[in-house]
Write a protein that binds this ligand. Structure first.
Ligand SMILES: Cc1cc2nc3c(=O)[nH]c(=O)nc-3n(C[C@H](O)[C@H](O)[C@H](O)COP(=O)(O)OP(=O)(O)OC[C@H]3O[C@@H](n4cnc5c(N)ncnc54)[C@H](O)[C@@H]3O)c2cc1C
Length: 476
């Protein structure tokens, strides 16, 4: 029955544009309503995560819609983290011991534009810009929009409506305010916000810092990161508390204070950012938070997807990748559903299989906030990373770090990556701390094999303990 449906998508961001393309390819009649003007004709990227880390789950989604080759030309590979200390010394830490595993820096605008162009090329996909959804009548399958160009309200009815309208979703708000069903919703802000800055290219257009890395200046309570852009610049993001610590967003109120903060903590970055004070006060400071909610769907009428259903903090570089994976998983449910399946059945199956994974990546992303700020600088974590890289290199089939499980193993669910990854981290850190494994430069493959066995055994024991304690919790 669902095959002949008219599908309405609210929000033509990364998830909405990909979803429109995929549902269009499947033959549905798709209408997409986007609040902003068409980003292919107007520059609207300022101050909003200009580039993103794009990895294997996102690439899998591009393969699904046949865009893997086009997307490669938008990507800059980042093979590892370039860690900068306060003196400006750097250490390169690969993301994986397997050389084919790396993440990419990609422009949000260019990727979004590509997806819109591909979706629009299909006769059965229509895009409407400058339409802001103000509310969704989810019981009757109608959305209310404010149309900016003609300054009027419009109401659009469809067989199903999918809300991909981002972290501040109007559809989610309508669920919440409607009070028609038991809708659970949580929004947890971090104490830290973020501000985007930049390192411009040299006069000859070259990168001022090493191109193929995600640069990190981790300082325990705050951090700076930089990702490369195709034009030779870097987008720099400062993550800092709003009101805690000696320096915070609320007290960085003068150019002198900003400069002394950077001089003290990010000396080498400051040397590449002569325009810092102007940019600092021109660009917005934005909050970071995690949104979880359920149910995502209302009967067979409406469904939330992407950030609208599960916004996460950006520290695993997975928000967009997870939103793309939503489309892959939804597509899989459509493939597996019978011809006569109803949308209610389809939405229920999708949410049942997907929610545990988006909850998992939300939690992993908060974990990584702490790892990136501080842990990466601690000797025990560095030892662990060095060891994991060696294990991945010498035993590519037998070992994957938590980071690799999340980032490079698109066929392992986030929930599984969380369970195994956390157990492995605990096992490794315990073994190193207890000196059950000792690492040095002279380790050969035979030594590493012994270490691998110990790590695997300790991980399995922790996994069994975790499963037993979960069983115990269920019995209570
Ligand atoms: C600082 C930062 C860094 C990040 N870095 C990464 C990263 O490195 N890797 C990664 O994978 N993810 C990253 N993310 C997360 C990523 O940006 C999001 O997960 C992703 O954009 C989600 O896509 P989406 O389409 O669901 O939402 P969005 O991209 O937010 O798109 C929502 C769309 O809906 C439109 N819209 C909103 N409200 C309405 C309305 N009322 N009516 C109509 N249209 C509406 C918006 O204009 C927008 O076009 C980062 C996020 C932040 C904040």
């Amino acid at each position: 029955m669902h095959k002949n449906s008219k599908v309405q998508i609210i929000g033509a961001g990364l998830c909405g544009a990909l979803l429109a393309l995929r549902l269009g390819q499947r033959g549905y009649q798709v209408s997409v309503y986007e609040k902003r003007p068409d980003l292919r004709t107007v520059d609207i990227s300022a101050g909003r995560s200009i580039n993103l880390a794009f990895s294997d789950r996102g690439i899998k989604a591009m393969k699904l819609v046949g865009l893997q080759d086009k997307v490669v030309s938008l990507c800059i590979p980042m093979n590892g983290r370039m860690l900068h200390d306060t003196e400006g010394n750097t250490v390169f830490a690969p993301y994986s011991g397997r050389s084919h595993e790396y993440i990419n820096s990609i422009s949000r605008g260019q990727l979004n534009a590509l997806l819109l162009t591909e979706a629009e090329a299909l006769d059965n996909v229509q895009l409407y810009f400058n339409h802001k959804c103000t509310s969704v009548d989810f019981e009757n399958g109608k959305s209310h929009f404010y149309q900016y160009e003609h300054k009027k309200e419009v109401i659009v009815a469809s067989d199903i409506i999918i809300g991909t309208d981002g972290a501040g979703s109007a559809m989610r708000k309508s669920y919440y305010l409607g009070k028609k069903f038991l809708f659970s919703f949580s929004q947890d802000y971090l104490s830290h916000g973020y501000k985007e800055l930049s390192i411009l290219p040299n006069e000859n257009g070259a990168f001022k810092a090493f191109k193929n890395a995600l640069h990190i200046w981790g300082r325990d309570d705050f951090m700076l990161i930089a990702l490369p852009n195709l034009d030779g610049s870097f987008t720099v993001t400062l993550f800092l508390s709003y009101d805690e610590g000696e320096y915070n967003f609320n007290n960085l109120t003068t150019p002198e204070k900003v400069l002394s903060f950077f001089e003290k903590y990010f000396k080498d970055a400051l040397a590449l950012m002569p325009h810092l004070p102007e940019e600092f006060f021109k660009n917005p400071t934005s909050p970071l938070g995690t949104v979880k909610c359920s149910p995502w769907h209302y009967k067979g009428k409406t469904l939330l997807m992407g950030d609208a259903a599960h916004a996460i903090v950006p520290f695993y570089g997975q928000g967009m990748n997870a939103s793309f994976e939503d489309v892959v998983e939804f597509d899989k449910v459509l493939d597996e559903s019978e011809e006569h399946a109803t949308w209610e059945e389809i939405f229920t199956r999708y949410e049942k299989s997907r929610k545990k994974d988006t909850d998992a990546i939300a939690d992993l992303a908060v974990d990584n906030f702490h790892e990136m700020k501080g842990h990466v600088n601690q000797p025990i974590f560095r030892e662990k990373r060095t060891l994991e890289t060696a294990l991945e290199k010498h035993f590519p089939e037998a070992y994957s770090s938590k980071y690799s499980l999340v980032t490079f193993n698109e066929n392992i669910s986030y929930a599984e990556a969380l369970e195994r990854g956390r157990a492995q981290d605990k096992a490794l850190l315990n073994l190193i701390a207890d000196k059950d494994i000792v690492t040095n430069e002279h380790m050969d493959v035979a030594d590493l094999k012994v270490i691998l066995k110990k790590v695997q055994q300790a991980t399995e024991e922790i996994l069994i303990e975790d499963r037993v304690s979960k069983l115990g919790r269920k019995e209570v």
